[in-house]
Design a protein around this ligand. Structure first.
Ligand SMILES: [Zn+2]
Length: 387
């Protein structure tokens, strides 16, 4: 691995050390100095503080060429926890994760009416009461949703009500950070996440931090146009990929096939109709497969443009739209990238499917809390309760 410029001391160095320990699984102090470019005395000090704070532990030892065996360092999973809420169209998914991003609690409840800080505070109390976790080890709460559904000001109101740090984030971005954290992706990797839901979003992690743009609006993959004279979009543009490849667009196209629509009972909500279509598509129903595969082909064109623009090295496909038929999207995307991606002759572009696509945004929210509390220096940061 290339040696970096020695980073300045401060919170950034601590975040760097945590990030390298997290992605390496187990690493010695000597290797940490090599991988971070920090001096050995700086590493010793930072590691001493992180062990004292319970963030990392000495997990065993590796053979050394000469002298004493080197102690290996690893993240201490159970010392702290983050809680994440994802506000879906009609549910709230709540999860708690440990410091490695492992899920230690999960609950899905119906969402009645539009969410507000009162409802979320009550939800937090219910969820925390049902968890067998010491309350003083809960580092905070992150609430994620499509950007338009939550207000950043809620962080102040909620942290005041609950007495813990809170952050608000968009769901695609959170899902990307969650996948980055739990997959132990290296911070050297330019990492992207495609989030397929009623809309289409993306999250981007560069240098270990979420890329958020000028107004926290980065990753609007759904409004990347794939046709100058294409379908009009409510955003004002034409040919936005969301109009062709979102769950809603795919269901709309399939419903126009009346034989398929009545056979698969595609009435009802977009989510239930999409799931029925996706199940049929992966069980050999040719007509259903054609609709999902067509959506996947549209999405592959847009995602390839994103990969080319940003020279991404690794992608994860996630969100409820990938839960059943993710393999169809992955195959289309891998084929398209292998044939057309600009960097295909220089490096591999890995496409993986999320292990928990329906919960990815909630898990990502909780991972954001973990990152913000143990590796501060990245954005977003938690809003602490005022005293
Ligand atoms: Zn649009």
């Amino acid at each position: 691995m290339a040696r970096r410029e020695a980073p300045a001391a401060g919170p950034g160095s601590r975040a760097l050390v945590v990030d390298v320990v997290r992605s390496a699984v187990a690493v010695s102090r000597v290797e940490l100095a090599e991988l971070t470019g920090l001096t050995q005395p700086s590493i010793s000090l930072i590691v001493r503080d992180l062990i004292a704070d319970g963030v990392i532990l000495e997990s065993g030892s590796a053979d050394s060429v000469r002298g004493a065996p080197r102690k290996l360092l690893a993240i201490a999973p159970g010392s702290r926890f983050g809680i994440g809420f994802h506000l879906g169209p009609d549910t709230v998914t709540s999860v708690a994760v440990d410091l490695t991003g492992g899920v230690v609690g999960r609950e899905v409840v119906p969402l009645d009416g539009s969410p507000d800080p009162d409802l979320l505070a009550a939800r937090f109390d219910d969820f925390a009461a049902g968890l067998d976790l010491p309350r003083d080890r809960v580092e905070g709460l992150a609430v994620v949703a499509p950007a338009a559904r939550v207000s950043p000001e809620w962080a102040t109101v909620l942290s005041g009500r609950l007495g813990i740090p809170v952050l608000i984030e968009n769901d695609s971005a959170a899902a990307a950070l969650g996948e980055f954290w739990s997959r132990r992706v290296s911070r050297d990797q330019s990492f992207g996440c495609v989030y397929l839901s009623t809309g289409v979003g993306a999250g981007l992690v560069f240098g270990g931090a979420l890329f958020r743009g000028t107004s926290f609006d980065a990753g609007e993959l759904g409004h990347l146009s794939i046709a100058y004279d294409g379908r009009p979009c409510p955003c004002g543009n034409t040919g936005c990929v969301e109009r062709y490849a979102s769950m809603a667009a795919t269901v709309e196209a399939a419903r126009a096939d009346q034989d398929l629509s009545s056979r698969l009972r595609l009435g009802g909500s977009v989510s239930s109709a999409y799931d029925a279509l996706a199940r049929a598509a992966v069980s050999g129903d040719h007509a259903a497969f054609e609709f999902v595969d067509q959506a996947a082909a549209y999405l592959a064109v847009a995602v390839t443009s994103m990969v080319n623009l940003l020279d991404l090295g690794r992608l994860v496909l996630t969100g409820p739209g990938m839960a059943v038929a993710g393999s169809i999207y992955a195959r289309r995307l891998r084929t398209h990238l292998a044939a057309t991606a600009h960097a295909r002759h220089r490096h591999e572009i890995t496409v993986d499917l999320s292990a928990q696509p329906r919960d990815a945004a909630a898990i990502g929210a909780a991972a954001l809390v973990v990152q913000a509390s143990i590796a501060p220096g990245h954005t977003p940061s938690l809003t602490a309760p005022s005293r």
